[in-house]
Design a protein around this ligand. Structure first.
Ligand code: SAH
Length: 255
């Protein structure tokens, strides 16, 4: 606690998809020097293990439909600690500004006069692309890439038309539970049932799994293989390229 009344800083830090080697140097330095870390459930234990033993660790783990701490309470916690004079390292899976609610936390801090610094992280899509060998763009296959949330308010009414198809890659975060609605929605928008799809579970982690199939078979694939969060669904021709298949094969052979 500060005696002077000077506020601490809140660092909104991207922890990447898992492997601690994918942290930025800035993130690694902040994690190793932190006295207080507030983290999500998605942050890999190997990243948390980099903290000093004396660091205070607060988990605000969230799961779909089961919020341990509501977002406004997380914001209040960050502000309260900072106003008490403590620097706070707020660790988030992937990048804080991609489906990470980092925007809300930054706004809450600024509204309370608390200084905020944002440290970017490798988002799950980038981690999954590198780990699987699936290029998100490719001169021969895709010049547009979109990131969407598969679990959001009014999913079926959302206009995704044109986000997937020829020359496009669609990356769906948080789409495991809603895979049947997603496949149905995309096919209703005119996407071919044969469009290749990859599901990447635990990207950039030791337990990574990559599953492939046509769009029409996505619901069955997810159910049959018991895909669990965290997983990404990648839709587009890039998922069926030979180099991606070879990279996955090489990885499976090594393991
Ligand atoms: N800010 C994060 C995303 C948070 S939303 C980022 O930039 O990556 C949570 C979703 O991210 C999960 O439901 C899953 O779809 C995806 N995700 C996060 N980490 C992942 C991982 N290691 N492998 C696959 N998907 C992951």
């Amino acid at each position: 606690m500060a005696i002077s009344g000077k506020s601490g800083t809140v660092y909104l830090v991207g922890a990447g998809p898992g492997d601690p080697d994918l942290l930025t140097l800035r993130a690694a330095r902040l994690v190793m020097g932190a006295s207080l870390i507030v983290h999500d459930g998605l942050v890999d234990p190997a990243v948390l293990a980099m903290a000093r033993p004396a660091a205070r660790m607060i988990s605000v783990a969230k799961q779909r439909a089961r919020h341990t701490l509501p977002q406004d309470e997380i914001c209040a916690l960050l502000v309260r600690e900072a106003l008490a004079g403590n620097d706070v390292v707020r660790l988030k899976g992937g990048d804080p500004f991609i489906f990470g609610r980092g925007g809300e936390e930054a706004e809450a801090c600024r509204a309370a006069g608390v200084p905020v610094e944002i440290v970017p992280g490798v988002s799950a899509a980038n981690g999954a692309a590198a780990a699987t060998g699936i290029p998100l763009t490719h001169r021969d296959a895709a010049s547009i890439v979109s990131f969407v949330a598969g679990q959001c308010k009014g999913l079926t009414e959302q206009n995704w038309a044109g986000l997937a198809g020829k020359g496009r890659t669609l990356v769906i975060y948080m789409g495991v539970k809603t895979a049947p609605q997603i496949a149905e929605k995309l096919m209703a928008d005119g996407l071919s049932p044969d469009m290749p799809v990859a599901v990447v579970e635990n990207a950039a982690r030791a337990a990574m799994r990559v599953l492939r199939g046509p769009l029409a078979g996505l619901p069955d694939l997810v159910a049959r293989e018991r895909v669990k969060s965290p997983a990404l669904i990648i839709i587009g021709e890039v998922t069926a390229r030979e180099d991606a298949a070879l990279a996955i094969l090489a990885r499976e052979t090594v393991e």
